[in-house]
Design a protein around this ligand. Structure first.
Ligand code: NAP
Length: 249
């Protein structure tokens, strides 16, 4: 249910403005998924605690992608597990953004059907604008708790409808978008046909565990697997960065 002072956009508003929703809806938006995984494809351990998979050079690489983005997106699972801040760490990069007339940090986005993001989450501080993408299932209480700290976007009935949510974000001028995880969200974005590019740091650890999050979790594909074109392979820290473009985009 809408709450005053939030940025609420309806699907119909966007439809009447001539947006086309298809397997991928947007013309201008570019979505880069970036994650670090262990040599066996895990994003963290079965305890879902943040694990240092990469090193300093990779943190700098991630910081540069953030600095080149209009928004950094995570699922609420990542917010609850890691409490990330998602800001640009290098002052020189922040300064460059300011010189280009951009805010020092990109906007932050949480995909969070029922508004589970804690009000004291680091992502809700005043370092950048934060959008919380909710579904209709989010209660008035949770909306009221979040509305002073974030712009609220509602899309989808039970779960966040990513096509609609991302269309709304694009309407807000967020076109270069970086997704930092986790595995549930990344799967859904591939499923919705929203990913343009995948960059993965593969580190030199084995984490293991059938219940540990992987790069793409969710239901998994059984047919029509998204396929990727390999763009580059770069050695970094103790691992390798693979850059893939999503085929047919
Ligand atoms: P996640 O992908 O961050 O968030 C998933 C949650 O988002 C869902 O459970 C769901 O919760 C919400 N959501 C709402 N709409 C959705 C939709 N359409 N599709 C998918 N999710 C939707 O959580 P996760 O997979 O559990 O990942 C968290 C783990 O990944 C943590 O262990 C973290 O440390 C790790 N991680 C690692 C990296 C890395 O680069 N190594 C990066 C990020 C995270 P609701 O139903 O409540 O909405």
């Amino acid at each position: 249910m809408p709450v005053d002072n939030c940025v609420e956009f309806g699907w119909q508003d966007l439809e009447t403005r001539g947006f086309l929703y298809h397997s991928h809806l947007t013309t201008g938006m570019h979505v880069v998924v970036n994650a670090a995984m262990s040599a066996d494809g895990k994003l963290s351990s079965r305890r879902r605690e943040q694990i240092a998979i990469s090193g300093e050079a990779d943190f700098e690489r991630v910081d540069r992608i953030r600095a080149d983005s209009d928004a950094v997106v995570v699922g609420v699972g990542t917010v609850l597990a890691d409490d990330p801040h998602l800001t640009v760490k290098d002052e020189t990069l922040r300064e460059k953004r300011r010189e280009n007339g951009q805010p020092a940090n990109p906007a932050r986005v949480v995909v969070d059907s029922s508004g589970r993001t804690p009000t004291d989450a680091a992502i809700l501080d005043d370092a950048a604008t934060t959008y919380v993408c909710l579904s209709e299932a989010a209660s008035v209480e949770r909306r009221a708790a979040l509305v002073d700290r974030a712009e609220l976007v509602t899309a989808g009935e039970e779960r966040v409808d990513l096509l609609r949510a991302f269309a709304t974000l694009q309407e807000q001028g967020l076109e270069q978008v970086m997704v930092e995880g986790g595995g549930e969200l990344i799967f859904s974005l591939f499923d919705a046909g929203l990913v343009d590019e995948l960059r993965v740091f593969i580190g030199s650890k084995i984490i293991g565990g059938r219940d540990a999050p992987t790069l793409a979790d969710g239901e998994g594909f059984v047919t029509e697997f998204p396929s990727l074109d390999l763009e580059s392979v770069d050695r970094l820290d103790d691992g390798v960065v693979l850059t893939w473009c999503v085929a047919d985009r």
